[in-house]
Design a protein around this ligand. Structure first.
Ligand SMILES: C[S@@+](CC[C@H](N)C(=O)[O-])C[C@H]1O[C@@H](n2cnc3c(N)ncnc32)[C@H](O)[C@@H]1O
Length: 277
């Protein structure tokens, strides 16, 4: 069922959810409400994971290329900056939740080689497979492993990792709070959690430009190059429903993380959150 016309999300000028609606979404997801959102579409809760799977099945082959094209290559800088903030030590074991094609894992692996391990943990096999070639025959191959699984029930024991990270993935997890709680559980005390996610640009004229780019240019390029307008409409929609940096920090503290900090990138288009167990 589509969101009702007249709902704030459909007002052309305010496509970003307001504070109350964002909180409502977060609470509903955490409390296992019957419906949830897939982009701006309301869907039965149990259908969301399937929709997310189909979405990433449809984009997997073009995922890396489209990321670079649509962000003008800037996502590589954001990811590098995120891994620098994580300040990994040699021998650390790191979990890359929603790891997809493994960009963050590859960067992390360079810091923990030769005895550390980085696990690319993702629910979608096609996404994992699309990234395998970036690691094969490289020196880091020996320390990267792949596990297919759901971020809401991470298949690792408690207190296992020195660091856990999630890049542009937590938005897709039906119960985001559960995902973060799972990351908390698998971290060793003192372990670091990093979340790199899209957010709301702070400078209004820039935000308007970004909105135009997101809702007109991105879907057009998505259709032209990856053959899916729908997939590249879902992306900007889901970004506009995601908690703002202070709200996400509050959620992380509620879960038990401490020393939560964040850094805005490119006027807030993306944000790096860092927190300690
Ligand atoms: C936008 S991609 C991000 C990939 C990668 N981290 C990056 O930064 O390029 C999001 C990934 O999250 C994965 N994902 C979505 N829901 C998930 C879940 N519940 N559990 C694990 N992975 C999930 C998708 O399969 C997809 O590979």
């Amino acid at each position: 069922m589509e969101v009702e016309p007249g709902c704030d999300m459909y007002k052309e000028k305010e496509i970003w959810l307001d504070d109350e609606k964002r909180k409502e979404q977060l609470d509903k997801a955490a409390n296992n409400a019957k419906t949830t959102f897939f982009g701006f579409q309301r869907v039965p809760r149990e259908r969301k994971a399937d929709r997310v799977l189909q979405h990433f099945d449809s984009v997997a082959q073009h995922y890396d290329f489209m990321n670079t094209l649509l962000s003008f290559g800037i996502h590589h800088l954001w990811k590098r900056s995120a891994i620098q903030m994580l300040n990994l030590a040699p021998n650390d074991d790191v979990l890359d939740v929603c790891g997809g094609t493994g960009d963050l894992a590859i960067l992390a692996a360079r810091h923990v080689i030769p005895n550390g391990r980085v696990i690319v943990y993702d629910i979608n096999r096609a996404m994992i497979q699309a990234g395998l070639h970036k690691v094969a025959h490289k020196d880091i191959a020996s320390c990267i492993r792949y596990v297919q699984g759901n971020a809401e029930s991470i298949s690792f024991p408690d207190r296992h990792f020195e660091a856990a990270m999630v890049g542009f993935g937590i938005r897709n997890v039906t119960n985001m709070k559960k995902g973060f709680k799972e990351m908390y559980r698998v971290l060793k005390p003192g372990g670091k959690m990093l979340c790199l996610e899209f957010s709301k640009p702070t400078f209004l004229p820039f935000r308007r430009l970004y909105d135009y780019y997101s809702f007109y240019i991105m879907p057009f390029l998505g259709e032209l190059i990856a053959g899916s307008r729908k997939a590249y409409t879902h992306l900007p929609e889901s970004i506009r429903m995601f908690p703002l940096p202070d709200e996400l920090s509050a959620l992380l503290m509620e879960i038990g993380f401490s020393q939560t900090t964040y850094k805005k990138l490119t006027n807030g288009i993306a944000v790096i959150h860092l927190a300690i167990k």
